[in-house]
Design a protein. Sequence first.
Length: 308
Amino acid sequence: MSKWVEFSQASRLHFVPLMAICVVQGALAAWIWNNQFSVLIFLLTLIGSSAIHIFSMMINDLWDYRSGVDVAAYQSEESISTDSGYLTTGKWSEQTFARVTWSMLAITIVCAVTLYFLSGWGVLLLGGIGGLLALFYVVPPIKYGYIGKGSSELAHVLCFGVFPVMGAYYVQTGHFDIRLFFLSLPMGLLTTLTFFNHHFLHWKTDKQVGKRTLVVVWGERKSFRFSIFLLCLALFSILICVLVGGLPIYGILALLTAIPLCRMYQHMKNKRNLQTHQQLLWLSLRTSLQCGTVMILVLLVGRWIWFI
């Protein structure tokens, strides 16, 4: 197995397009609304944002492994482990995994400092807050991802929606725009939905080792209803984004990407188990990626029509 394949599996690289879509949306907004775009700044933003995303995933795996959360999920027949498996199965040593994890943070810092000199103070503001949220999700003494009061869900909306969209726009233009907040919400909420749904796969073992996610606190039934609410909120945010001018009117086409996911929720009203929750997780991820891609295409079409 090549080093790249090992890295992509250990870092769960298949989730990184969620972050990349947000960066593209912010950069496109800068180009379309202000006619400003630098390829160098875009690449630095994309690399730095992807690196902090990978860091957040790997630091989560590292501390969940050390706390016993992932090992418990891996050994239980009532759970499906959602970690990379590189620590729980011994494919990588803890030292190797930690070294790669912290190297991702180092890459992020280099990109952030470079962008600070190129674009201004906003980079350190958004990057600093995002970095701290990524670090202390599971790392002591805060470990806010373990307390189950909605703090992790709020952080996901910010770190996988608001911050990367606003940041990618700011580094191109040097200022912010209120429309960015509404443009960032659909991806932020859909990504939060994806990460929220993954807790269903191991909430029983999370409870055993003291990790209090919302699914642990509320239980499976109430949490499933909240999952549906999150999807409705994400779809509603697309309409709001169109109304405030973040997307053209035909941006409502992005709503169509949620049809298979809505059908899955309907199917799961009376039949829910580990397998259906696993299907729900991957369908949530697919919907997030498809919706974000449609929004990008809508922005590009809007730019083309504007030129005409």
